[in-house]
Design a protein around this ligand. Sequence first.
Ligand code: NDP
Length: 687
Amino acid sequence: MIPLDGSQPSTEDTRRRQLVEVTIDSLAELGYVGTTLAQIALRAGVSTGLVAHYFGDKDGLLDAAFRSLARRVGNQVRARLRQVSTPRGRIQAVIDANLAPEEFEQRTGTAWLAFWGQVLHVESLRRVQSVYQLRMLSNLRSSLKKLVPADEAQRLAAMIAAMIDGVWLRAALSGWREADSESARALLTAFVDGRLSQAAAVSPSAPSSIETPALPGSAQARFASINPATGKVLGFVTADGSAQVNAAVVAAKKGQLIWAAMTGAERARVLRRTADILRSRNQELAELETCDTGKPIQETLVVDVASGADCFEYFAGLAQSLSGEHIDLGAQAFGYTRREPLGVVAGIGAWNYPLQIACWKAAPALACGNAMIFKPAELTPFTAVKLQEILLQAGLPPGVFQVVQGFAETGRLLTRHPDIRKVSLTGEVGTGKAVMSDAAQTLKSVTLELGGKSPLIVFDDAKLDNAVAGALLANFYSSGQVCSNGTRVFVQRAIKAAFLERLVKRVGAMRIGDPMNPETQVGALVSEQHMHKVLSYIDRGRAEGARILTGGSRVTTGDLANGYFVAPTVFDNCRDDMAIVREEIFGPVMSVLEFEDEQEVIERANATEFGLAAGVFTNDLTRAHRVIARLQAGTCWINHYNVTPIELPFGGVKLSGLGRENGRAAIEHYTQLKSVYVAMGDVEAPY
Ligand code: NDP
């Protein structure tokens, strides 16, 4: 290499450089273990002693080779930085140098990988690595600070650095199939531009911004919540970390003692008042829910808040009637059981029914005398905070219902907390497994309301218009983002053509638009990422040979251009093995399947790992009950779909979940039994 002072390299330098290059070749071909001093000497045509003379031992040689690679990237970064003056340009220079085409050459890449594998074991390599990492961070941070506030600059620098390393590593580990230099740089560029424009939109004075109250001492990451109908920032939330979660648990324990000491009737009064306040604030809460989720206001006005209020009213009734048993044990004794609260419990919500989920978890938990700490999904953080406010207004002692905000990490702090006795989660199957496994460490009980791919079976004697209406309710409410949706619609052959004709006509007439417009029937999907997931399923359906009868694309007309809207979609020609038929899409996508007879359709309906819900349309009552009894699902409907009165337990079997929400059944999941033996006579001991 050319010395920095511009003088000519000495013979020794040239020889060293040659040996370093040979080492990189050897690492690329033979890996770390196969690269020895003797091997390098052989390749370079010199004696092993000469290699040892220059580098000492193998570690010394590898150290020099690693430094040489790191120095080359450093030089590249410096050279590019010199050519630009704007902060954005300087960030790009770091990206371009680190993801330059030469970094994607197999020879260099494999050598880097060999070093990375050793970094944790060899101190000198670790030093080189950490200098390389710190430099990248500080280059990024100093440019970012000129564009965004300091704390955001710090976070964004860490994200960009992690993405640079991550994209490179994924590409390297896939044998450079997954990304090349150009696409990797394009990905990083788009990411940085996206974050910077988001940060620009996110100013503390943004008129629509809503700041949720953070717990004292909160110093965690702030994140923005987006209105999915417009793509604009709705407000900001601070993610809570362990200090906040611990503080919440301390406050909850204190509050729970007061709450549990109240009589059922006293607790019931608070819960009833909560129901009243929810109803009186229906309009305001529905509007907030619509802005946060993208669901049409015509739904949120009649379902989300109302269902939450019904739930508080129902459990207010049960709070007064909680009781144990008296057990007769003969003349000398009797026993009794007490139904006691668990203590502090956690609720973790999904984003499709944020307020309703918070109510469905809080109402039974509180009725039984527990305190609840609730974490909404990070995509929809706002209405749970309103519920906290309303409960306090209704007279709930402080600390008994608290909201913590954040991502999965905050959820994990709850599921792993030793003083939390139960977790009730609504979410995906994978999250359910993670939560259950974390909860096992402290033997918490769990209620898991998870995903589904539910069947809706239409027999040929069904009232056709009712069956079509049922299929619409089973697929398109909340733009299809409903866990219990009957997305596999099995229609008996004789009526399939007529069924499809009526169905497609009604779907085609559905009004998709601004969710705040009372005329709108189909709103936006919750996020851009989720919209792309749904669209990719539609593409897979097409590719696998299913036929789109209506819908099948994103809608960007007029005011919807920046929102995440997908047209209600119906697929025909579906087979049971297609991805759209097997996997939960969680969007407005219905698959219609044809069947011949009862036995066949039951087998096909049950051939899934899910078991959340099922529906049957038939005029033959005997058949209806016979079929329902054989369907593997926790929640079923005969001649209707997706109606969920609070009085009926709700939940799934198989991978769709454990435990039940709503109905008397929920009481089982929020209480524990204490058995008491009461002696009425003298005590005799044989000792
Ligand atoms: P997720 O499973 O992604 O998230 C659910 C909640 O769990 C979120 O608050 C999430 O936080 C949190 N979380 C994620 N990982 C962990 C973890 N390891 N430990 C603790 N908490 C964690 O579900 P979605 O929000 O995407 O909701 C859609 C899913 O919910 C669908 O599968 C749907 O079927 C299901 N669902 C089920 C219902 C039922 O009653 N059976 C009803 C409604 C929806 P964050 O979002 O911040 O990452």
